[in-house]
Design a protein around this ligand. Structure first.
Ligand code: NDP
Length: 255
């Protein structure tokens, strides 16, 4: 129970990586506020958390790219639980298109959700953490595309590169408030985003797996353990770090 009686807010908590992190946090003793745009998914995760862990789960429908929505979500969590100790920014979308065809609207939509949404939640939650003076943990989900290029991912890569640098900027700025700001760069994790790319032929799993030293695609739970570490007191002297969880994909100089 490494997060006993902590309060966490997890964006993208309705499914995939965010849901796996929210569930694991509750199993480690935290109450959790779950944020996304799909109420039914949030309700399902909240019910699982309540029934399987006995911890409180608050579902809040919110578009992370909408500043008023973000303020409302953070206020709802703070009103219900009194504070937020841990923020995880896992809400995100991916866009794949040849850069010559990428419309400006799609370019902006990806940046709005992945980068602006991450900043808005860091800002709104960070304000409360600083005002309460009890420190806190912020974990942003970036990607291997923040470290190495993948063709036809211009806006996704720009958004995730931005999240990586935002993480380091806030880590340095808020270290004096005892707020640790870190990020996780997942590799290829079997969630709806990746399943959709496989269905559309954008990802070829056998080609990817051949390039991953671990010999398999990741599962959402593979990201939950690193998130618990970064949310717990075990990482109190760790800030501004980008933890790569990719089965060795980026380290691989072979193939
Ligand atoms: P999923 O599509 O399974 O989950 C994405 C989550 O983000 C959903 O809960 C979705 O809910 C939410 N979300 C998307 N847009 C918004 C929005 N505007 N406002 C609020 N919530 C939103 O994908 P993953 O779990 O794979 O992705 C989670 C994060 O991990 C993303 O940031 C992604 O970029 C990152 N990532 C994923 C990798 C992978 O291989 N799967 C690899 C590297 C990084 P809803 O649509 O209902 O709002």
């Amino acid at each position: 129970m490494r997060l006993q009686d902590k309060v966490a807010l997890v964006t993208g908590g309705g499914r995939g990586i965010g849901a796996a992190i929210a569930r694991r946090f509750a199993q480690e003793g935290a109450d959790v506020c779950l944020v996304s745009r799909t109420e039914a998914e949030l309700e399902a995760q909240a019910q699982w958390i309540a029934s399987q862990t006995g911890r409180a789960a608050l579902p809040v429908v919110c578009d992370v790219s909408n500043p008023a929505d973000v303020e409302r979500a953070v206020a709802a969590a703070e009103e219900r639980f009194g504070r937020i100790d841990i923020l995880v920014n896992a809400a995100g979308i991916s866009v794949a298109a040849p850069s010559t065809d990428l419309s400006f609207d799609r370019w902006k939509a990806c940046l709005n959700i992945n980068l602006d949404g991450t900043f808005l939640f860091c800002q709104a939650v960070g304000r409360g953490m600083i005002a309460r003076g009890q420190g806190g943990k912020i974990i942003n989900i970036t990607s291997v595309v923040a470290h190495a290029g993948i063709p036809e991912r211009a806006t996704y890569a720009a958004s995730k590169g931005g999240v990586r640098q935002l993480t380091q900027a806030l880590a340095v700025e808020w270290a004096k408030h005892n707020i640790q700001v870190n990020a996780i760069s997942p590799g290829f994790i079997m969630t709806e985003i990746v399943r959709d790319y496989i269905r559309r032929g954008i990802h070829k799993p056998e080609k990817l797996v051949a390039r991953i030293p671990a010999g398999r695609m990741g599962q959402p739970d593979d990201i939950a353990g690193p998130a618990v570490f970064l949310a717990s007191s075990d990482s109190d002297y760790v800030t501004g770090t980008i933890l790569i969880a990719d089965g060795g994909f980026l380290a691989n100089g072979y193939v």
